[in-house]
Design a protein around this ligand. Structure first.
Ligand SMILES: [Zn+2]
Length: 337
């Protein structure tokens, strides 16, 4: 055995060995979302020697990302996340292929993004994208690994079509606007995305190696209270996705509407699900991030150079940008998902 092989410690492992390592080298994965989870996962899988790693994200690196997004440093601020991540990862492992894609993931492009992959990994903090990943992966019978982290807790689950329940068996419908907290409004501890991302990475390796130890349950972990749970999720025979194969998100039947309003820089976003937004709740959350004005029929929030005007049915007009990707990102961060 060659002691100086890059993957020597994997080859020594009973659970991987030389054959397993060779299999990893021939594997292809895509990480959707390159934030705290995504950078942890990319770092782990690139070091592990997964042969092809595609990384997709629409955002650029900001100073507030450095607290937890482990591949970035101060020189990366202002650079698209997949590009900054790829630059770092290429220095870590030049024997594999890393493909950065700077794009918004939507129902039009997701099939091309995932089609030739062995595993798809969720590194987003966006519910709509998770439902899209679920539809696309069920349709193309590709395993995907769900993960989420916020405050001091997180969760992960493997979705392996057609064996396991799917994401819509766990969460049947997209939550209403403002129903879920976001890391940008309630915060996230440095360590929890690292832990959840590492759990996800381990499951990806097991799936690629076709191991029987692949986890079947939903795992939740709160690192602050040290509570770990493994919950069995049942397949729903009436599930819109894995039961009825309706793929509503992939077909674009359930999607956000994003429209440029004028040349001056305003984008209107209408959410997937019409809801009554609780302005009091949203106002409380947004006070942590910007200057808020609650006018009862409209909630206005100024964050950096942008102005978010939110209506009670979840529609928002975002001023200060002509870029739909930036507007969608601001909406996801501060209003919903
Ligand atoms: Zn299902």
């Amino acid at each position: 055995m060659v002691v100086n092989n890059r993957y020597n410690r994997h080859i020594l492992l009973r659970t991987i060995g030389k054959q397993g390592q060779e299999r990893l080298t021939k594997s292809r994965v895509v990480i959707i979302g390159c934030g705290a989870l995504g950078t942890t996962i990319a770092n782990n899988l690139v070091r592990s020697g997964v042969g092809f790693v595609r990384i997709v994200d629409r955002d650029i690196v900001e100073l507030s990302n450095l607290q937890r997004q482990m591949l970035f440093d101060e020189d990366d601020i202002g650079i698209p996340k997949p590009i900054a991540a790829a630059r770092k990862l290429e220095k870590i492992n030049s024997d594999i292929i890393i493909e950065p894609i700077v794009d918004d993931v939507n129902y039009r492009n997701i099939e091309n993004i995932i089609k030739t992959m062995d595993v798809v990994i969720d590194g987003t903090d966006n519910m709509l994208i998770r439902f899209l990943i679920n539809d696309a992966c069920m349709k193309h019978a590709i395993p995907w690994v769900y993960g989420g982290a916020i405050e001091t807790y997180g969760m992960t689950m493997n979705i392996i079509p057609p064996k396991t329940p799917c994401f819509r068996c766990l969460i049947p419908d997209i939550p209403g606007i403002g129903e879920l907290p976001t890391c940008d409004t309630v915060g996230v501890l440095t360590t929890i995305p690292n832990i959840i991302g590492s759990l996800q990475s381990t499951e990806v390796l097991k799936i690629l190696l076709r191991k029987k130890e692949v986890n079947k349950n939903l795992i939740t972990y709160d690192v602050w209270n040290h509570s770990f749970e493994s919950i069995e999720i049942k397949k729903n025979p009436y599930c819109e996705c894995c039961g009825k194969h309706h793929y509503e998100f992939l077909k674009g039947k359930l999607k956000e509407d994003v429209v440029s309003l004028c040349e001056k820089g305003a984008i209107q976003i209408s959410p997937v699900k019409k809801t009554v937004v609780s302005f009091d709740e949203l106002e409380k959350k947004l006070r942590n991030v910007g200057e808020v004005e609650n006018r009862k029929i409209i909630l206005r929030c100024k964050i950096q150079n942008y102005e978010l005007n939110i209506f009670q049915n979840g529609r928002a007009i975002i001023m200060g940008t002509n870029d739909k990707k930036i507007a969608k990102s601001l909406y996801a961060k501060y209003i919903g998902f």
